[in-house]
Design a protein around this ligand. Structure first.
Ligand SMILES: NC(=O)c1ccc[n+]([C@@H]2O[C@H](COP(=O)([O-])OP(=O)(O)OC[C@H]3O[C@@H](n4cnc5c(N)ncnc54)[C@H](OP(=O)(O)O)[C@@H]3O)[C@@H](O)[C@H]2O)c1
Length: 282
């Protein structure tokens, strides 16, 4: 899409945006959408090579894109990243905090266990990346966003934060926490001109969900619970993020925007449709 095809209210020419978790998946698609809308960008994640590739692709839209590596699990790293991003861009107007993790085993696979069998260590790692880093980023970003005349802070939550998700209890708790924080900050910072919203995707095909999207009958069983009956794509999420970042959503704050194909609607209107047996059944 060329720049001129975006309706004006969705354009962000000259805005300065920080995107975390921008090396792949949802964050990368969102960063590219923001670049296409005219934002200069700082892209962040741990993996420098993937980040630089994403930054190069963003620059193809004629904007500036800077890659800054950071591990947000390290206390102090989130606020240091915000300061480095503000220095690199000369301020911050849009902050998409998207980096997030599932509880992960040593071999990289997700830990999917009933809560009573999960460990406190799993809980603490997920809380550190998904919730503690969120708090630190929001606090550090406040003065920069308050100095902007088009400030939008977007937290990448999840439909699991709206519904809860057994076997991913810690993850769901952090995502509910992000929704609550977006609502509190959206109200608390409204008179300073800072909009704060959460985005709550359902099942989206990325590295994070490849354990499910690439496995049958698991994938089919999951999609049987989604009224639209399909996996979402990172680009599906990028459209919503662009809306919340741009003047098109000028009156939207303290909201949780759910993009889940109807998954979190009670029974999704699919009550009468037979579903395959659960792969978790004994
Ligand atoms: N996929 C879904 O179905 C889905 C649904 C709802 C919500 N979400 C949320 O959407 C966000 C992105 O998910 P995704 O599916 O795109 O996941 P993904 O493909 O695993 O990407 C995660 C991103 O976060 C970065 N990251 C992970 N740990 C980090 C850390 N400690 N410090 C800094 N960066 C870190 C990763 O880069 P490095 O590994 O290079 O650091 C990567 O860029 C997450 O917050 C997730 O909870 C995803």
């Amino acid at each position: 899409m060329s720049k001129s095809t975006l309706p004006g209210a969705f354009r962000l020419d000259g805005a300065r945006a920080l995107v975390t978790g921008a090396s792949r998946g949802i964050g990368r698609a969102c960063a590219l959408a923001l670049a296409e809308a005219g934002c200069d960008l700082v892209l962040s994640a741990r993996t420098g090579a993937a980040l630089r590739e994403a930054a190069e692709e963003a620059e193809g839209h004629g904007v500036r894109a800077v890659a800054l590596a950071a591990d947000l699990a390290d206390p102090g790293a989130p606020s240091a990243l915000v300061e480095r991003a503000a220095a690199a861009l000369g301020g911050i107007d849009v902050l998409l905090h998207n980096a997030g993790v599932l509880p992960t085993a040593a071999d990289g696979s997700p830990v999917l266990v009933p809560f009573q069998h999960s460990t406190q260590q799993d809980w603490e790692h997920v809380i550190a990346v998904n919730l503690n880093a969120t708090a630190e980023i929001c606090r550090a970003a406040h003065p920069h966003l308050a100095a902007s005349d088009r400030a939008s802070l977007i937290l990448m939550s999840s439909a699991s934060g709206v519904m809860g998700t057994p076997l991913l209890d810690a993850y769901a708790a952090t995502k509910a926490g992000q929704i609550s924080l977006a609502r509190s900050l959206g109200v608390g910072w409204a008179r300073e001109g800072i909009r704060v919203n959460a985005v709550c995707p359902g099942w989206i095909t990325t590295d994070m969900t490849s354990f499910a999207s690439g496995t049958e009958p698991f994938s089919q069983w999951l999609m049987a619970h989604v009224p639209q009956g399909r996996w979402g794509t990172p680009e599906d999420v990028a459209g919503a993020v662009l809306f919340l970042a741009s003047p098109a959503s000028a009156l939207v704050t303290a909201q949780a925007l759910v993009l889940d194909g109807g998954l979190s609607t009670p029974d999704g209107g699919l009550g009468a449709i037979p579903k395959p047996p659960s792969p978790f059944a004994a």
